[in-house]
Design a binder for this molecule. Structure first.
Ligand code: APR
Length: 173
């Protein structure tokens, strides 16, 4: 599986699936969640409403990953994964963040995707330290055994994030 790092707007990427750093409400929000919903249009919101109706207590779970279509986006699927809100790293945050990456890869494989793009999950509003989050993201993707996935793109957005990912990518696994 080829791993790439880019800096850009994930809504423009022509991959099979893009991952959304969602919240447990799964109906949009700010940050990359807001950007994805704005670019995808009302159709995505309506699909998320149906998704949520079928969930216990009509909410998602941190670390889980939920697949929808992509509305007007150039990709085929959006995978919504609520990341952990960072407290101090001692409340299960590392494992929950790893679960976001692992479960998103699984959803993409279930749809026989060959490519997927991730934002820097939990490192914005949810306050996860960027270096720790990048290390978990790369370690989790590297330990995944793909069947159909050939390309994983880490789509950074903020200046400096790409260098953090490259630092961990260049480390032997
Ligand atoms: N493309 C790629 N990455 C983006 C984009 C974009 N268009 N917009 C923002 N980002 C980046 C942010 O710069 C950050 O690096 O996504 C990363 C994740 O930040 P957030 O979007 O704030 O997500 P997160 O920290 O996981 O917090 C999730 O924030 O936006 C709300 O509804 C969301 O409640 C949820 C919470």
């Amino acid at each position: 599986m080829n791993i790439e790092v880019v800096t850009g707007n994930i809504t423009t990427l022509e991959v099979d699936a893009i991952v959304n750093a969602a919240n447990c409400g799964l109906l949009g929000g700010g940050g990359v969640d807001g950007a994805i919903h704005r670019a995808a249009g009302k159709e995505l919101y309506e699909e998320c409403l149906k998704l949520v109706e079928g969930l216990p207590e009509h909410r998602g779970t941190t670390g889980q990953a939920y697949l929808t279509g992509a509305g007007r986006l150039p990709c085929k699927f959006v995978i919504h994964t609520p990341g952990p809100v960072y407290r101090d790293g001692e409340h299960g945050e590392p494992q929950l963040l790893a679960n976001c990456y692992e479960n998103s890869l699984r959803r993409a494989e279930e749809m026989k995707c060959s490519s997927i793009a991730f934002p820097c999950i939990s490192t914005g509003v949810y306050g996860y330290p960027k270096e720790a989050a990048a290390e978990i993201a790369i370690r989790t993707v590297r330990s995944f055994s793909p069947v159909t996935l050939e390309k994983v793109v880490f789509c950074c957005f903020e200046p400096g994030d790409e260098e953090i990912y490259r630092k961990f990518l260049n480390k032997k696994s």
